[in-house]
Design a protein around this ligand. Structure first.
Ligand code: KG4
Ligand code: ZN
Length: 353
């Protein structure tokens, strides 16, 4: 079946067309109209600016994705759209556009969770079969989460960030250094020139805990699977403030050390989760999954431990609509379409809802 995907949960207006059959998903087009330039001057996303930009770009993005996939609404079988989590104004533009297209063209709609979309980016243009059970690390600007999946659409959150998401920490460190927005890709680029061992930054939530049992014996508990990136971000910013001269090589060393610390934490916790749940497969997803060091380190550790490792192509790690169409396909196969009159956005939608 041919699916049109629409994603407007944050600051990218995305539309894509996929062709899906059994477990095979082929991406036919993926349009992402980035608003980075609009938000750059503010150093972060301004919700009102994002909603207005979505209004202007959503129809051209849909038209372009249909054109590039050599489709028209006549040969689209299903529309898949993000209904949360995200910015309420941004989500409403996507949902209301889809409702109108569906009503006029009599097309079924399936709503998906944005995080579910990130996970299913792994299934787009994937040649190998992804075996369950699996662990997926979702690591983006809004979320950092370890999820156990026994099967398609079955999610159990094992751990998540208690404060900043990893991508948010990349963005805030980049902003503190005046490097630009969004910070992840910029930090990755500058880190290539730096020494990742130069600065030692703290790694939170990595320690084992010792508890006293009722019997009086002490028991060592393994580290939990939650994350905390706020302390790391503050330590980096404090280190920057200590130095008067901030030349190129100092900045490169700082960001390379910050990137290494983040990657070490993400890789260690993902491997612990995979070991504890005795899975075969490890997936990574979300904007930070585009980071080459993170991909390389996690792949290396997975290989040593005997886990099959998958990562989406880099352009499908950051927000896009092909991943929303892919998640929508599995959801539709499992549960059918959503009723037009019951569809509502939910800015705080939880994974699995
Ligand atoms: O998934 P995404 O596009 O949006 C959210 O759902 O949040 O992720 C955006 C985040 C931003 O914080 C951005 O800095 C980060 O992903 N990011 C990266 C890289 N590319 C994007 N972080 C580290 N390395 C990268 N190459
Ligand atoms: Zn995202």
């Amino acid at each position: 079946m041919r699916i049109l995907g629409i994603e407007t949960s944050c600051d990218d207006t995305s539309s894509a067309v996929i062709e899906a059959q059994k477990e095979k998903i082929k991406s036919l087009s993926s349009i992402v109209s980035s608003q980075n330039k609009l938000h750059e001057i503010y150093g972060g996303i301004v919700p009102e600016v994002a909603s207005r930009a979505h209004i202007e770009t959503i129809i051209p993005a849909i038209k372009e994705s249909l054109k590039r996939s050599k489709s028209s609404l006549k040969n689209i079988d299903l529309i898949s759209v993000t209904r949360g989590p995200g910015l309420v104004g941004s989500l409403l533009i996507g949902i209301n556009t889809v409702k109108t297209i569906s009503f006029v063209n009599n097309l079924p709609i399936v709503c998906v969770n944005h995080l579910e979309g990130h996970i299913y980016a792994n299934f787009v243009d994937q040649k190998e079969r992804i075996e369950f059970p699996l662990i997926v690390l979702i690591v983006s600007g809004g979320h950092t989460m370890l999820v156990y999946m026994k099967d398609h659409l079955k999610y159990k959150i094992l751990g998540q960030t208690k404060d900043d998401a990893a991508g948010e920490a990349f963005d805030k460190v980049a902003r503190a250094l005046g490097l630009g927005y969004p910070g992840g890709a910029i930090i990755e680029k500058i880190s290539k020139e730096g020494d990742p061992e130069k600065f030692k930054f703290p790694k939170a939530e990595m320690e084992s805990k010792i508890i006293r049992l009722e019997s009086g014996y002490l028991k060592k508990l393994p580290p939990n699977l939650d994350f905390s990136f706020s302390g790391l971000k503050t330590a980096v910013i404090n280190e920057v403030r200590k130095h008067k001269t901030k030349n190129k090589s100092f900045i490169a060393d700082i960001v390379a050390s910050f990137q290494k610390t983040s990657v070490d934490i993400l890789v260690a916790k993902t491997i612990w989760a995979a070991e504890r749940k005795k899975v075969k497969t490890v997936l990574i997803s979300g904007g930070v999954a585009a980071n080459a060091i993170l991909r390389k380190e996690l792949q290396k550790k997975c290989q040593i431990q005997g886990f099959n490792f998958f990562a989406p192509p880099k352009n499908l790690c950051t927000d896009n609509a092909a991943m929303i169409a892919a998640a929508g396909y599995f959801k539709y196969k499992n549960k059918g379409p959503d009723l037009l009159e019951k569809i509502k956005v939910n800015p705080n939608l939880k994974l699995g809802k």
